[in-house]
Write a protein that binds this ligand. Structure first.
Ligand SMILES: [Zn+2]
Length: 500
């Protein structure tokens, strides 16, 4: 897809210093839209959730959604922002089919929340991400390009528009430029979005499903020669739709821009698209000519003036935030901050917590999510949370192991079945016949066969070379295809080989 030349990532850092920045759009989970009473339910028939207000028909008048304003203030408070005592909505004028009004109602020079910060941790080091602003606006409709192979407008026969999404409250969270992360820049970007997502979840303001577009990220990246007093020209990679992709997008842009700068080329200030399949970016619209949006204060809406008492109440009622919660959970689970950081980086805190809540021990829950399940997510190229297994199912699997029904190896096979959609762990164990063999006739026969088949080894054990028994256990496990319990097999062998 991309013919860009790339510099090795480690080499980039020998000559250049990256600066990143993130703009995150969060669709709020309010029942109705930002300026009208239309429903916001995801996945409804196209254009069934519209009205004269969100379609911008003449004579219709908007009314701001109080719950959306409250949610935005709560996000601002959780990020340590200053909350405006008075601010207005503005019209951002542009013509595009997905915006039926001919303008987007947003906030321009009077955002609701400003000057916050979010601390993120990468490899034991804390990076402070300054938040420039958090403002409230409305989402656009969705264009659907039909007839082409890519779903993009290029090559399509015709385009359809669904206005169900138009007017859904959208919060934009903009960071200040983040310098100084060096080689960790891709991970800091990912850690920031991960932490932000956790906060939004804790606040309960959005479903934050990246795959449904509830949370969309634009990632800015620039490079400057080491020691340079000026920052380089940045590119803006649009709609990066998974946590993993945030990291990949920064990494790719750093490698691509280094190659451009190495040949005395110029990095263009432009919008780029990220491609999930190849992990590359390609140019979109050029930002050489800044669009004049002719912003002006929205005349149809009254200013927003949150009074101090209300904001104080909202601040006092904020839930336990993820950072504080992690400290508490580390304590409850008896793990170190470093071990907690591994869980955070793997996006596994909630998953482990839910697995523990479903009855598993913290140690077992961590072992499965960070071990086998992390490996499978990595192989599948997805985030841990996107795996087709629930924390309750993982707890069930762990229960089957501790109850002696299956061992770790059989559990991995049971997991295959769960991930393939064959049902819950117990169901798969039953259907695939995975239960550990008890001291059945079949197992007795396998043990006897192992002794008969390996007389030399058996003699060694009889002669006192106890560790040689491992080879016999292995032989039994092989004939029983892993279904026997190794400890039971060992005990049975010992009983037969002990010289009395
Ligand atoms: Zn409407």
């Amino acid at each position: 897809m991309s013919t860009d030349k790339l510099v090795d990532f480690d080499e980039v850092l020998t000559r250049y210093e990256p600066v990143i920045g993130l703009e995150t759009h969060v669709e709020l989970g309010t029942a109705s839209k930002m300026f009208c009473g239309c429903s916001t339910t995801f996945g409804a028939e196209p254009n069934t959730q519209t009205c004269p207000v969100c379609l911008g028909l003449p004579g219709s008048l908007p009314v701001a959604n109080a719950m959306a304003i409250e949610s935005t203030i709560r996000i601002g408070l959780a990020l340590g922002c200053r909350i405006a005592t008075w601010c207005r909505f503005a019209r951002k004028n542009y013509f595009y089919p997905d915006i039926p009004k001919g303008f987007q109602t947003t906030q321009y020079d009077e955002p609701l929340c400003t000057a916050g910060h979010l601390d993120v941790e990468v490899d034991g080091e804390t990076y402070r991400v300054e938040i420039e602003r958090v403002h409230l606006e409305e989402d656009t409709g969705k264009n659907l390009h039909v007839g082409g192979s890519t779903g993009r407008i290029h090559g399509a026969d015709h385009s359809l528009i669904d206005y169900n999404r138009a007017g859904i409250p959208l919060v934009e969270i903009v960071t200040r430029p983040i310098p100084g992360a060096g080689a960790k820049a891709p991970e800091v970007a990912k850690a920031y979005v991960t932490e932000l997502r956790e906060i939004l979840l804790a606040l309960g303001v959005s479903e934050v499903r990246m795959e449904q577009g509830n949370l969309r990220c634009d990632v800015n990246t620039s490079l400057a020669p080491i020691g340079s007093l000026e920052w380089g020209t940045r590119t803006e990679t649009k709609n990066v739709n998974s946590l993993r992709s945030v990291e990949r997008a920064v990494r790719f842009e750093m490698r691509r821009q280094a190659a451009v700068l190495d040949t005395d080329g110029r990095v263009f200030q432009e919008t780029r698209h990220f491609h999930e399949d190849t992990g590359t970016t390609s140019p979109g619209r050029s930002k050489e000519e800044a669009t004049d949006y002719r912003y002006f204060p929205e005349p149809d809406l009254v200013p927003v003036a949150p009074d101090e008492e209300w904001v104080g109440k909202l601040a006092a009622a904020l839930p336990e935030l993820p950072a504080a919660r992690r400290v508490r959970l580390s304590d409850e689970w008896g793990i170190s901050p470093t071990e907690m950081a591994w869980l955070v980086n793997a996006g596994a805190v909630e998953l482990v917590s839910d697995t523990v809540a479903a009855g598993a021990s913290p140690a077992d829950a961590r072992k499965w999510w960070l071990g086998e399940l992390a490996r499978r997510a990595n192989d599948a190229g997805t985030d841990l949370a996107a795996l087709a297994v629930t924390p309750a199912q993982v707890a069930e699997l762990i229960g089957l192991i501790s109850g002696g029904t299956i061992n770790d190896q059989l559990a991995r096979q049971a997991l295959d079945g769960v991930l393939a959609g064959e049902g819950g762990p117990a169901q798969v164990v039953e259907a695939r016949g995975l239960a550990v063999m008890g001291e059945s006739d079949e197992l007795v026969a396998a043990v006897d066969a192992a002794i008969e088949g390996n007389p030399d080894v058996a003699d060694k054990v009889r002669g006192g070379k106890v560790q040689a028994i491992g080879a016999l256990v292995g032989a039994v496990m092989k004939t029983t295809r892993g279904k026997a319990d190794a400890a039971t097999v060992k005990r049975m062998l010992e009983e037969r080989l002990t010289v009395s």
